[in-house]
Design a protein around this ligand. Sequence first.
Ligand code: SF4
Ligand code: FES
Length: 247
Amino acid sequence: MNLTLKIWRQPDASSAGAMHTYQLADVSPDMSFLEMLDVLNEQLNEQGEEPIAFDSDCREGICGMCGLMINGDAHGPEVTTTCQLHMRSFKDGETITVEPWRSDAFPVIKDLVVDRSAFDRIIQQGGYISVNTGSAPEAHSVPVPRDDALRAFNVATCIGCGACVAACPNGSASLFMGAKITHLGELPQGQPERDSRVVNMVAQHDHEGFGGCTNIGACTAACPKEIPLDVISQLNKDLRTAIKHGH
Ligand code: SF4
Ligand code: FES
């Protein structure tokens, strides 16, 4: 495949960025999107140009580090992570635009790399439990209804990639927060902090500059782990209950 790539370049957080155009030939349809960027970077290195900075770690859809706006879609045209997206999803001769996540709460560090530490600070406010769960046999002595366990496991698949924020016109992190709140709120071990968790996480979310949810649904459509929209209803329900309890 021969491709024209329009890629956002920005030297650092305080400098202005711009789209730059690159030509790349002989791209295999079996390459992942990140492997294609690796090849482009080798080409740039050979030409004595600065390679393009982008994030990745596991390259297996697990860690949530990768994340690019590809042709205006968070993680590109498939429901998957950028590292699991393959070039066969594009056409020979296509022009592909590549940008970093666009959100005030995720400032650009360099080129395609953004600072997602706002998510870590939200987790610090409540994405944990304080009870001692003991060893595995003791954990099995606390019965959890099957449906609750399944729902907790399903939403625990959120990898914190931030695509939901990038896709949302309001820049809201409600899907991410809803996944964490639902995951812990479905389990008996998550009950002691249930009220304080939602109140503190929402306060941190708003403090970080994420926007409010207006039920557009772009977040769940972009989510590589298919976190359902109803976790946001759970978030709002838990918040109302916490306020009723005097938080
Ligand atoms: S909810 Fe989905 S899109 Fe948002 S951070 Fe989690 S995995 Fe990524
Ligand atoms: S690099 Fe880990 S999810 Fe993509």
